[in-house]
Each structure stands twice: as C-alpha cells, then as structure tokens.
Design a protein around this ligand. Structure first.
Ligand code: PBG
Length: 333
C-alpha cells in the first residue's frame, strides 16, 4: 500500500488551474478520433427521425451528401453507413447484401466521388437484408456459420468494389476475417482495411439500432449463439486474438461504456489499433438524460468519449460525433 507523503506530495498542486491541468493531461480526445455512423434509406428529400435516437436521422441519398459535407466541415474524417432496407428487398437468402446497387454501395460511390478524402466504412453482416433479422443465414432455426461465410465474402467484395475504405465485419461468424481477407487479396483489393467487430457482445444496448435498420420486429430469438456473453473477458480476448491472426487491421470492442475493461485489456495485450462502438443504447440513454436536462450536454459527451481514449481506444464510433466535433477545439482541450 502507498502511504501518504503529505506535504511533499499535494495532488492538488497539479490541479490548481487549467494551464497546469492541460500540461499534465494524459489523454486527449480529438475530432480525428471520431467515426460517425449514418443511417441511409431509400426515397428523395428525406431526413427522417428515429424515435429512440433523438438527434439521429435516416437520410435519403440526396440529403446524405449535404449532411456529410457538413460533417466534414466540422472536422470529421470518417463515416460508417448503415441501411434501412425496404422489407420487399429482404429475404432469407439475403441477396440484397451483395447487390452492387444496394443502398450503401450507391451511397459509398456517391460519397467517394464527392469527397475523395472521406473515409467510408461499411458493415459486413446480413441483418439489414435478412427477413429473419439475424446476422447470418438461418437453416432450421439455426444460424449456419460456413454458408454465411460465403455470403459475407460476396458482400465484402461488392463493398470493396464500391470503394469502401474500411470493411467492418460485425457478424461474429467464426473464420470471417480470414475468409474476407483472402477474398480481398485474391480480387485485387490489397489496400482495403478490415476493422473487425472482434469482441462483440450479445447486448441489450443494440435495441435502438435494430429499430433504425428495421430489424427489430423480424429478429426471432436472440444473437447469443454468435455474439459473446457479456460475462466473459477471456473469451473476448480469444476472439480478438483470432481476428488479428486472421488479418484484421484494426479491432473493435462493442458496446463501449460498459465494456471499458475489455478495451483496456485488449489494448494492453495486443498493442494493436483498437476501437470501440458507443452503441445506440448508450447514445439513447445519454441523449435522453441530456434532453431532460438531467445531464449537461457538452460535458457529458466529452467526458464519455474521453474515457474511451483513457481506456486505450485509438478511435470511437459514436452517434455523438457531430456534437463532439462541434464542441472540441483543435487544441484538444
Ligand atoms: C449488425 C450491427 C449491430 C450494430 C452494428 N452492426 C446490431 C446487432 O448486432 O444486433 C449495433 C450498433 C448500435 O447499436 O449502435 N450486425
């Protein structure tokens, strides 16, 4: 145990004014740490509210470009696109996932044409296209791993072809990083990055997202046969290690705030680019309290995101990205 060394040591000397505090600050949050998730939908001239995510909207392709232009002007470098797929395009075989003309692929081409430096990330998983609501293909009520890999491979190649910079496999099938990496190499996509949703937990905090992509009512059962039990650390570490070995360039822990211990362990064990997803439920919770004036908006947003950096994150996917970018100044204060 460390004994008090008072008055040689007075912790408050280092906290006495903001200049001293900035000087000894260990963690800095900056705009370049943020990846902004965006929901896209069909139609024209639409900016549609998502009831459980106040302040987050679904954009049609024509309103997406001006929105992203605004984000870039705020200093945001990266976005992640998620589609609301009309139910007539969903099926149990999920073909829409590898349609080169599906919403996210068109959106990606459009964004890369308008903003060549913007980093675009796409999710590799079947749930937005699956009439069963699952991330993988279902047979006899079970999610089938290896046939799902074939579908994910097709989806990934089409997304890389559309110009996505980062693919984010979020499905938690075994072997998906290896499958996708080999397919990318064999098809000439040697520079396409993979940010694996490596430690993705079977969490209740994804509820608002499932509403946003229209998967909520379709999902039969739960995702516990592929996403990790929230009780497990060792299993999460094994999953991360596997994904790194299979060819991931970056790994992600998801959800974020209740899982900072996992982030910290991952960063210390692997010294690898590590990201977290502050997911829809975390956003809903904080935004709800902010809107009720129970929490201070700016302070809460910056504190919650700074804690991800302190835990070991290199970057954060967060629905607060636009707010945070507006709050942060370039000096990282
Ligand atoms: C789908 C996917 C999910 C999220 C990102 N990709 C939901 C899920 O696994 O059910 C969650 C994001 C969020 O809650 O903000 N594979």
């Amino acid at each position: 145990m460390m004994l008090s060394n008072f008055p040689n040591r007075r912790g408050r000397r280092l906290r006495q004014n903001s200049g001293i505090r900035y000087l000894i600050r260990e963690t800095r949050l900056s705009k370049s740490d943020l990846i902004c998730p965006i929901f896209v939908r069909e139609g024209e001239n639409i900016i549609e509210k998502i009831p459980s995510m106040p302040g987050v909207y679904r954009y049609s392709l024509d309103t997406l470009v001006p929105y992203v232009e605004k984000l870039i002007s705020y200093g945001i470098l990266a976005v992640a696109l998620f589609p609301l797929t009309p139910s007539k395009k969903k099926s149990s075989t999920c073909e829409e996932a590898w349609n080169p003309e599906n919403l996210v692929n068109i959106a990606t081409r459009q964004l890369k044409k308008n903003f060549p430096d913007l980093i675009v990330m796409l999710d590799v998983a079947l749930d937005p296209y699956n009439s069963d609501g699952h991330d993988g293909l279902l047979l006899g009520g079970k999610v089938i791993n290896d046939s799902t890999l074939l579908a994910l491979e097709k989806q990934a190649l089409v997304q890389a072809g559309a110009g996505a910079d980062i693919l984010g496999p979020s499905d938690m099938m075994d072997g998906r990083i290896k499958t996708i990496r080999i397919a990318l190499e064999e098809n000439g996509f040697k520079d396409t990055l993979i940010m694996s949703y490596a430690a993705k937990f079977a969490s209740a905090f994804y509820g608002p997202f499932r509403e946003a992509v229209g998967a909520q009512d379709l999902l039969k059962g739960d995702k516990k046969t592929y996403q990790i039990d929230p009780s497990n650390m060792e299993e999460a570490i094994r999953e991360v290690e596997e994904d790194i070995n299979e060819g991931a360039d970056m790994v992600m822990v998801k959800p974020g705030m209740p899982y900072l211990d996992i982030i910290s362990e991952v960063k210390r064990k692997f010294n690898f680019p590590t990201f977290a997803y502050q997911v829809s439920g975390e956003y809903a919770m904080l935004r709800g309290a902010i809107e009720s004036n129970w929490l201070d908006k700016n302070k809460t947003i910056i504190e919650s995101l700074t804690c991800f950096k302190r835990a070991g994150c290199d970057g954060i996917l967060t629905y607060f990205a636009p707010d945070a970018a507006l709050i942060l100044d370039d000096s990282g204060r």
